[in-house]
Design a protein around this ligand. Structure first.
Ligand code: 1HA
Length: 270
C-alpha cells in the first residue's frame, strides 16, 4: 500500500490511504511504549481525523513486528504520572482513550505484537481489533505498580466478562492472539503478513456503509455504557440529525423572520 504522510511527528507516523488514516506508534526501541509527547501527538492526529471529512476510518498500530504498544514508558514514570519535556507528570493517555471512544468514526486496532499494560487498554478502547498470529495480550499494572480501573477494566469486562477481566488483571499473564479472540476481545486473527491487507479490507467494507449509520451505532453502543456522558453524545448526534429536518429549520426561520413558527404542517409519525 502507498500510504501518504499527513504530518511528520517525532513519536508517531500519521498516514493516509483512500479514506483511511493510520496512526503508528514509532518507538520500537521501547516496544512502542508511550511518553506524554507520544500521547499528545496521537491526540492531535485523532483531532485531525475527527475534523477531516476525507477520513472515514482510523487505524491504530505499532511500528515493527514485535509490539503494538507496551504501555507507559517506564523510563519517564515519575511521581504522579509520566514526565514529559515540561517536567510535569501526566496520565494524558486517559484523555486519548476518551477521544478514541468519542470519535464519530470507526477506530480499528491493528495489533502487530505485544499489546501490554496501557497498550492493551488502547486496543480495548478501539472499536475493532484485528491481530496478527504473533500478537500477545495482557495487563501488567499490579506487577509494575500501576492499574487502570477505568475503561481498561470495566470496558474490558464488557468484552470478556467479569471473571476473565479479573483474571487478566489479578494474574498479569500473557495471552495469545487465539486466546484473546476466544475471549471476545479480538475480532479476527490473521498471519502477520496479511495483517495490514485484512485491516484495509475491513476498512474498505466499512467505508461502503453509511457513515451516519456507523456513527449512530457507535454512539448508541457507547451510551449504554457511559451513563449521562454517553447519552450527551448520542443526544448531540440526534440534534445534528434534527437540524437536517424542515421542522427544525422552520423554528429558526420563524425567529429570524419575526413571526410565529408553524410546526403543525409537519408529520407526526406514530
Ligand atoms: O497502567 C497505566 C496507566 C494507568 C492509569 C492511567 C494511565 C496509565 C498509563 C500507562 C499505564 C501502563 O502502561 S502501566 C504498564 C507499563 N508497561 C509494562 O509494564 C510493560 C513492560 N514491558 C514488558 O513487559 C515487556 O517489555 C514486553 C512484554 C512488552 C516485551 O517483552 P520482550 O519482547 O521480552 O522485550 P524486552 O526485552 O522486555 O523489551 C525490549 C526493550 O524495550 C527493553 O529495553 P532494552 O533492554 O533493550 O534497553 C525494555 O526495557 C524496553 N521496554 C519494553 N517495554 C517498555 C520498555 N521501556 C520502557 N517502558 C516500557 N513500557
Amino acid at each position: 500500500f502507498e500510504w501518504q504522510t499527513i504530518k511528520e511527528y517525532e513519536d508517531i507516523r500519521f498516514e493516509f490511504l483512500e479514506g483511511i488514516a493510520k496512526i503508528t506508534i514509532n518507538r520500537p526501541e521501547v516496544r512502542n511504549a508511550f511518553r506524554p509527547q507520544t500521547v499528545n501527538e496521537m491526540s492531535e492526529a485523532m483531532d485531525y481525523c475527527r475534523e477531516d471529512p476525507d477520513v472515514y476510518v482510523v487505524v491504530l498500530t505499532g511500528e515493527g513486528d514485535k509490539a503494538f504498544c507496551s504501555g507507559g514508558d517506564q523510563n519517564v514514570k515519575g511521581i504522579g504520572g509520566y514526565v514529559g519535556k515540561d517536567g510535569v507528570p501526566r496520565l494524558n493517555v486517559l484523555d486519548l482513550q476518551k477521544k478514541i471512544r468519542s470519535l464519530p468514526k470507526p477506530v480499528v486496532a491493528m495489533v502487530n505484537g505485544f499489546a501490554i499494560g496501557g497498550g492493551h487498554v488502547l486496543h480495548v478502547v478501539c472499536d475493532l481489533t484485528i491481530a496478527s498470529e504473533n500478537a500477545i495480550f495482557g495487563q501488567t499494572g499490579p506487577k509494575v505498580g500501576s492499574f487502570d480501573a477505568g475503561f481498561g477494566s470495566s470496558y474490558l469486562a464488557r468484552h470478556v466478562g467479569q471473571k476473565k477481566a479479573r483474571e487478566i488483571w489479578f494474574l498479569c499473564q500473557q495471552y495469545s492472539a487465539k486466546e484473546a479472540e476466544d475471549m471476545g476481545m479480538v475480532n479476527k486473527v490473521v498471519p502477520l503478513d496479511q495483517l495490514e491487507e485484512t485491516t484495509v479490507e475491513w476498512c474498505r467494507i466499512m467505508m461502503q456503509r453509511s457513515p451516519m449509520a456507523l456513527r449512530m451505532i457507535k454512539m448508541g453502543l457507547n451510551a449504554e455504557l457511559d451513563g449521562q456522558a454517553g447519552i450527551q453524545e448520542l443526544a448531540g448526534n440526534a440534534t445534528l440529525l434534527y437540524y437536517f429536518t424542515e421542522e427544525a429549520q422552520e423554528g429558526k426561520n420563524a425567529f429570524l423572520e419575526k413571526r410565529a413558527p408553524d410546526f403543525k404542517k409537519f408529520p407526526k409519525f406514530p
